[in-house]
Each structure stands twice: as structure tokens, then as C-alpha cells.
Write a protein that binds this ligand. Sequence first.
Ligand code: NAP
Length: 286
Amino acid sequence: MSAQIIDGSAIAKRLRQEVAEKVKARRLSPGLAVILVGENPASQVYVNNKTRACEEAGMKSWTHTLPADTTQQQLLELIAKLNDDKAVHGILVQLPLPSQIDTQTIISAVDPTKDVDGFHPVNAGRLSLGLPTFISCTPQGCMILIREVKKDLSGKKALVLGRSNIVGKPVAQLLLQADCTVTIAHSKTQNIAEECRSADILVAAIGKPEFVKGDWIKPGAIVIDVGINRVEDKARGKPRLVGDVACLEASKNAAAITPVPGGVGPMTIACLLRNTMQAAMQIASN
Ligand code: NAP
């Protein structure tokens, strides 16, 4: 058996087009403010991609680039200004932040109605209660990709590898809401291979290159690989990106699998646009 490759790039493109059409039809003018602190090259690439995607979808975007030695107070003052700015519907603080800044304090300072990343404790709490909220972009993207392959997930065994607040925990909540029986594995979990072998749906988000081996995959499973890892490739003479799953091996057992790159990554930006549009629609309806 060779797995269906779930084409995240194509699905994300379709989603971005749907958002652009809705923005136009409803004459919305959503605005996203992105804050970037410091000069992390990967973060700069992500931010550029996000602002370009906003513009293509007919949205406004503003990037606030702050120096690496920005104080927590300076960042809080900028967030307070953006919270009060009526043209700004969504605020995104690009993580990671420099060490002098407490990430949780910053996340908690964003107005929950503008928290398009869904990281604010209010929105994380609403998600766990099953109430309407901004669903974090990467977990939302994972669920859309799973549902491309299988609509009804009821009773399926799902394993989430990783328990971070931004990926693992919210993905697990969404799978639970979809009536899966959910297990969350992490660095202290015993016998991860055995846990994987019983999963109908496997979401890997641990940041370890090709950690999940092909023979850990249950035949017929859906595999969503969130990991983005840069590894040396001597043959190419430059680094390449791989996921948390050994994709080639895993494809022999899985029914469907996301590639890296071109799987979950593009969905994150598409879902960010969707959340920003949703924020603008909520404000327009008040
Ligand atoms: P993170 O905050 O570093 O969390 C990693 C999680 O993996 C932790 O819960 C950790 O367990 C667990 N873990 C680490 N080593 C493990 C091991 N050997 N066995 C089992 N569990 C292990 O990472 P994250 O922010 O969730 O990101 C995870 C990956 O997804 C990264 O590669 C990241 O680049 C990628 N990512 C991609 C997107 C996208 O748009 N595609 C978005 C976000 C993240 P403990 O809690 O016990 O330490």
C-alpha cells in the first residue's frame, strides 16, 4: 500500500481563495497587526509570508519590527495601542520572544477578541469547554487536513505526539470534540512506538526529525506531520526540511500522510487569514 499524500499547499490555496471571496462579498476590511521582536531569520520568513498572504486575500496588514533588546514594558505598550486601534482586528505576536520577555504575560495582554492565534488563556479555556473561539491556526489546519480524508472521526483512536500549548494540547481538544478517543504522548511517555501502532489518527508535533518510524504506523492510519526540522543533506550540499515522521517508510503503512514541506505549514497561514476575517466579521456584527 502507498499512502495518499495530503496536499496541504493545494488545500490551503483553496481556503485562502474562499477567505478572499468572502472578504470581497461582505465588503470587509480585516486588518492584522504582526509584531516581530528580534532578528530570528525563520520568524522573519514566517512574518513575510503572513503579510503577503493577507494582502493577497484583500486584508490590511502591519508589521511592527522591534529590536531584540525591546523590554517587556515596551512590548506591552505597543499591544495596548493595537488593542485600542479600531482598524486592527487581529494581533499576532511572532514567537519565540527574546528571553527578557515573559511569553505568557504577552499572550495574556492581547485583547481576546483580537487573539487570532487563539493562544490567550480565555480562548484556550473556551476551546477546552467546547465554546466558540479562535481556534489556533496550526491545530485548525491539522483538523481540516484530517477531514479531507475522513469526515466522520467518531470512535477513532487518535494519538497526539507532543503536548505544547500551541499545537499538541489544542489538537487533542479538537480531536476529542470530533469524538475520537485521544491519547497525548510526550517526552516522559513509555513505549511510544506501541502507542503509535494502535492509532487510527497520528498527529506528530515534537520537533524531532523523522522520529516516528514506518513500522510504528498502524496500517490504514491517517498521519499528520506537524514537525518542521532542518537537517543537513550532504548529497545536496545544503540543509533540507523534514518532519517528525519518516515519511517514505510511513507511506507504506498509512492510508494518508502529510508531506513536509507542503502539508501542515501552508494551512497555518490560511487559518490565520480565516481567523482574522472572523474577527472582522464579529466586530462588524456588533
Ligand atoms: P515544543 O513546544 O517544543 O513541544 C514539543 C513537545 O514534544 C513537548 O510536549 C515534548 O514533551 C514533546 N517531545 C519532545 N521530545 C520528545 C520525545 N523524544 N518523545 C516524545 N515527545 C517528545 O514544540 P511545538 O511548538 O509544539 O512544535 C513541535 C514541532 O512542530 C516543531 O518541529 C515545530 O517547528 C513544528 N511546528 C510547525 C508548525 C506549522 O505551521 N507547521 C507550527 C508550530 C510548530 P515534554 O512536554 O515532555 O517536554
